[in-house]
Design a protein around this ligand. Sequence first.
Ligand SMILES: NC(=O)c1ccc[n+]([C@@H]2O[C@H](COP(=O)([O-])OP(=O)(O)OC[C@H]3O[C@@H](n4cnc5c(N)ncnc54)[C@H](OP(=O)(O)O)[C@@H]3O)[C@@H](O)[C@H]2O)c1
Length: 257
Amino acid sequence: MYSIKNKVVFITGASEGIGKACAYAFAEQGARLILSARRINILNEIADDLRKKHGVKVYAYKLDVRNREEVEVGITHLPDEWKKIDILVNNAGLGRGLEKMYLDNPDSWEEMIDTNIKGLLYVTRMIAPQMAERKEGHIINIGSIAGHEAYPKGGVYCATKFAVNAITKSLKMDLIDKNIRVSSIDPGAVETEFSNIRFYGDKERAKQVYKGFKPLTAEDIADAVLYCATRPPHVNIGEIILTPTAQASAFVLHREE
Ligand SMILES: NC(=O)c1ccc[n+]([C@@H]2O[C@H](COP(=O)([O-])OP(=O)(O)OC[C@H]3O[C@@H](n4cnc5c(N)ncnc54)[C@H](OP(=O)(O)O)[C@@H]3O)[C@@H](O)[C@H]2O)c1
């Protein structure tokens, strides 16, 4: 296992779910963490807990990845000791609504496209050049099985994750002479706040998504992210697709009564 002790790991969407689980997984290995998300109060609590539990350095700051200026200014003005980023985990993202595309609310499209595609691009654009210059670094994108197969009523969410799939592959090619690793972790059903956000806070409806089978946990995904990050430097994991054992695809999910 390649050591990531004292490596600087930048995680977007670290206040909840998969991003938060990644923060704990990397902290356990002694990495230094830059945690970003919009809810700074929650991030500060997580940062304190990580410092206490794992004795690691953590820099938490408020960032809305949809805001290009905020991304550019925030990353440019990171304190000196945080400027050299070794691993970027592009995790911030959401699904909003589950509706036939021709009837859907375009506001939810904007939110998903701005966060899942444009936000990921803005952050990557700010961090990849310094990695390329040093010829060292790793970019890990959180995609989805929705980036491999489209499903009904999820057209735009799937489109954003197909985009992440294309961006991951293309970025790896663009960085081929720079010794940079690029990976995509593509989960099926993970029980996080994801469905609650998708259904605009309808907790009952969100609960039904995970009924009758054992879904993946955020920690399962963090484990896969950590696996990619801890391979020897000459090994690039391009893609990991992971689903609950009860799930074969976006369409085939076995639920017990
Ligand atoms: N759960 C699943 O079944 C599943 C499956 C496949 C892929 N994924 C992907 O996994 C990633 C994480 O999702 P999750 O399941 O962990 O969901 P989650 O529990 O809802 O967490 C989402 C995280 O993203 C952050 N975020 C959302 N919009 C943001 C923005 N504009 N700027 C910065 N941060 C933002 C949220 O923080 P703030 O609200 O504090 O900003 C939160 O920390 C997403 O890319 C999602 O598409 C999830």
